[in-house]
Structure formats: C-alpha cells, structure tokens
Ligand binder design. Structure first.
Ligand code: HEC
Ligand code: HEC
Length: 377
C-alpha cells in the first residue's frame, strides 16, 4: 500500500522553527532586568529576548515541556544543534552525536550494536531514536540517566563513543567553534563557555526534536483527506490497542516504564552482563531483563529493533510478540495471551495489519525538517 500518495502536502521545511509553530513570548521584562542588574554569580539566567514556546503539534495542540525556569530560546536550540553535529567534540575529531544519531533515520544509525565510536569497539546496546524526548523521564535502555542534561556528558566522556576529556571540552569548543561565544552572549549575556552550558544547549536541541505529523496523526486529527483510516491500518490500530498499548501508550507510544518482555532466558544474576538490564540499576529481581519501553514514532525508519538490534524488520518484531516470547519469572503480565501462556498469539493477517499501522507512524516532514540540521548555516 502506498501511503505517500494519500499524504497532504508537506509543510514548508525552510524554516523549521516556524513549522514547529513558535510564538515569541513577551514576558521577559523581569528576567532581562534581573540579568542587567548584574545578578551575582548563582545559576545564570538566560536572557529571554528570543524565548520561544514550541508547539507539540502542527495544529497548535499542546506545548513541548522544558525544565522549570529554562524556556526554549532560538539561540540555545541553534547552539545545541551546532554542538550535536560537530565532530570536534570527539577525541579523534571524527565522531559527532549525529554519527550514531542520524537525522535521516529519526536520529538513530540503522546498525544495532554499532562500532561507530572513536575506538571502533562494538557497543553493548543499539542507539535509540531521539524523538519526543522532551516527554521522557529517564534516558537509556535501562533508565540510568534522569535528564537529557545528565545524559549528554555520557557519550562525550565514554571511551568507546566520543572519548573526550570533558575538562578540556570548553577550551576545545572555543577553539574550533568560534560562533559558540556569540551564542553564549545571546543566551547568557556573557561569552563564558563551560560544560553546563554546552550540555544544556544539546539537551534543549534534543527537546526540540518533536514528531507529531505522521499519517497516523493526520487521521487522528481528521486532517482534510484523512477522515477514515484505510482498512488494514484501522485493523492494525485495533490489534495494537488490544495487545500493545498497555506499554506503548499515549502520544509517544511509551509508558516510560521497564518491562521484561521475554526476549532472553533468566540470566545468571551474579554476572555483570548488560543483559541484566534495569536490574543493574535497581538490584530488584523484578527488573531483571527489563528495558525501557521505547516510543514507536518513526519506527519504520529505525531498524534494526530492540536494545541490541536483534530483529531486522517490523514483521520479525511482531512475530516475536506473537509466538516467540520466552517464559521467565518476571515476564510482564501483558505479554501473556488469554490463557496466561507466554506470547500474544496474533493471527497472520492481524500481524500484517499491525505492521501497516506501525508504518503509519512515520513522520516524513520531521525527517525532511531535520535532515539538514548538521549543515553549516
Ligand atoms: C558511538 C555511538 C554514539 C554516539 C557518538 C552518541 N551516542 Fe547517544 N546513544 C548511543 C547508544 C548505544 C545509546 C544507548 C545506550 C544505552 O541505553 O545503554 C545512546 C543513547 C542516547 C540517548 C538516550 C535516549 C533514550 O531514549 O533513552 C540520548 C538522549 C543520546 N544517546 C544522546 C546523545 C548525544 C547528545 C550525543 C553526543 C554528545 C550522543 N548521544 C552520542 C550511541 C551513541
Ligand atoms: C509488556 C510491555 C510491552 C508490550 C505489551 C509490548 N511492548 Fe513493545 N516493547 C516493550 C519493551 C520493554 C521494549 C524494549 C525491549 C528490548 O529492547 O529489550 C519494546 C520494544 C518494541 C519495539 C522495538 C523498538 C525499538 O526501537 O527497537 C517494537 C517495534 C515494539 N516493541 C512493538 C510492539 C508491538 C507491535 C506490540 C504489540 C504486539 C508490543 N510492542 C507490545 C514493551 C512492550
């Protein structure tokens, strides 16, 4: 089925900030006065002269959340974008965040456990898509980081990812990205470059990566020409709601929780294998082999699937849920059929329709909007 033909024309991608639907706020007087009056050291306030409200959906619905007191600004998103796409932040000058989080693939790399870092050592886990993370309350497959700010130093420091000595990072940024100083002046009123500011800008850019314009969204909003889902997609949606939406719930298709879905037999708890998953963080047996429910937006673009990229296609994923779930003591109750047997046991037709539904979560406008993010402006 060709969904391309039934899509309404793409929104203009020339000005991505426009597309997200920004409204410039006019309430910055107090903040501006605060910073003019010199406000001692303390956590620096942003100059709010270009504060933005990012809209979650092209029809203006919902607002993209941000940390309290730290509104989005155009300058900070642009700075974050520049840093995210800069290979200068790695020890060998060859790896950027975008090396493993490529905008054309909804910010993943198409590789499963990749070896794209500075040492070319194969990583333990697959790089997740970075989309709608403004709504996420923890990061990584096992949830070991709590904010995007906290997360971002991870890959920069990681010996097998970007291998940077982060004490040297501000000086390196100042040297190779002279524009960074100008951005700091726009954001903070002074040219200081430090890790906190670097990390915050990257996190704000990541929060601005919002996808809510897939074919599925168009049907949900009942956009012109999208009154009724085609039969296969509608059936897929139904099957999804029965079998999958307990965990892949809400607008971002995740409950932000951890589940053992029965991919692996019960492991040796005394090992230090990454396969212990969330157990390594909490030491609770209920978390053995439990991973964070990933959001499913743009899922057709982000193969291979699961924390280790073990499944190459969505059909393989769906076949796993139907027939290959392994019985383990902490198997999530939502992974059992009506007779409490492991596996959801979905008919071949329903499996095919489920895949059609998952494909309808692709947001081609999101990809078009961000494809050029790394190009110099
Ligand atoms: C060499 C590849 C590589 C590079 C470079 C890299 N990442 Fe990642 N990223 C990964 C992998 C692999 C994971 C999953 C790790 C895990 O869950 O244990 C990940 C996870 C993440 C997550 C968590 C997403 C989620 O849904 O939990 C974020 C956010 C992220 N990376 C941002 C960044 C940023 C920002 C940079 C640059 C500063 C970066 N990454 C550089 C491979 C990479
Ligand atoms: C019990 C909660 C739960 C249920 C029910 C569930 N999932 Fe998942 N899903 C998860 C978790 C947790 C992961 C990550 C597992 C891992 O990587 O080890 C996941 C991973 C996925 C992935 C791979 C995502 C990626 O980025 O690699 C897809 C696709 C998916 N699920 C689709 C479905 C479909 C379709 C259904 C219904 C047939 C379903 N899920 C039912 C919790 C669930």
């Amino acid at each position: 089925m060709d969904y391309g033909s039934s899509q309404s024309p793409k929104p203009s991608v020339g000005n991505r900030l426009n597309f997200v639907g920004l409204i410039v706020l006019v309430l910055f007087a107090t903040i501006a006065i605060g910073s003019i009056s010199g406000c001692e050291q303390g956590p620096t306030r942003q100059l709010a002269s270009d504060t933005l409200v990012l809209r979650a959906s092209p029809d203006g619905g919902g607002v993209v959340p941000h940390p309290a007191g730290l509104p989005f600004t155009k300058a900070e998103i642009e700075l974050g974008q520049m840093l995210f796409h800069s290979t200068a932040l790695s020890s060998n000058g060859k790896v950027s965040c975008a090396t493993c989080h490529n905008p054309s693939l909804s910010f993943t790399d198409g590789m499963g456990q990749n070896n794209l870092g500075v040492t070319a050592v194969k990583l333990d886990r697959s790089a997740p898509a970075l989309v709608n993370l403004a709504w996420a309350d923890s990061m990584f497959w096992d949830g070991r980081a709590f904010s995007l700010e906290q997360q971002a130093l991870g890959p920069l420091n990681h010996p097998n990812e970007m291998g940077m000595d982060t004490t040297q990072l501000p000086a390196k940024v100042a040297e190779v990205l002279p524009k960074a100083k100008d951005y700091m002046i726009r954001i903070y009123g002074d040219p200081l470059i430090n890790n906190q500011r670097i990390v915050r800008a990257i996190a704000m850019y990541e929060r601005s990566l919002v996808s809510r314009n897939s074919l599925y969204d168009k049907y949900r909003r009942r956009d012109p020409g999208h009154r009724m889902m085609p039969d296969a997609m509608a059936n897929g949606f139904l099957i999804f709601n029965v079998n999958c939406s307990n965990c892949h719930s809400g607008d971002n298709f995740t409950d932000n929780l951890y589940h053992n879905i029965g991919l692996e037999p019960w492991p040796d708890l005394n090992s230090d294998k990454p396969g212990l998953a969330r157990y390594r963080v909490t030491k609770r047996e209920s978390d053995v082999g439990a991973y964070k429910t990933p959001g499913l937006r743009n899922i057709a673009l982000t193969a291979p699937y699961m924390h280790d990229g073990r499944f190459k296609t969505l059909a393989e994923v769906v076949a796993f849920y139907s027939d290959h779930v392994i019985e383990v003591p902490n198997l999530d109750p939502n992974m059992r059929d009506n007779e409490r047997k492991a596996g959801l046991h979905i008919s071949a037709q329903d499996q095919a329709d489920l895949v059609v539904f998952l494909q309808a979560l692709t947001d081609t406008a999101f990809v078009a909007e961000h494809r050029g993010d790394g190009k110099a402006k």
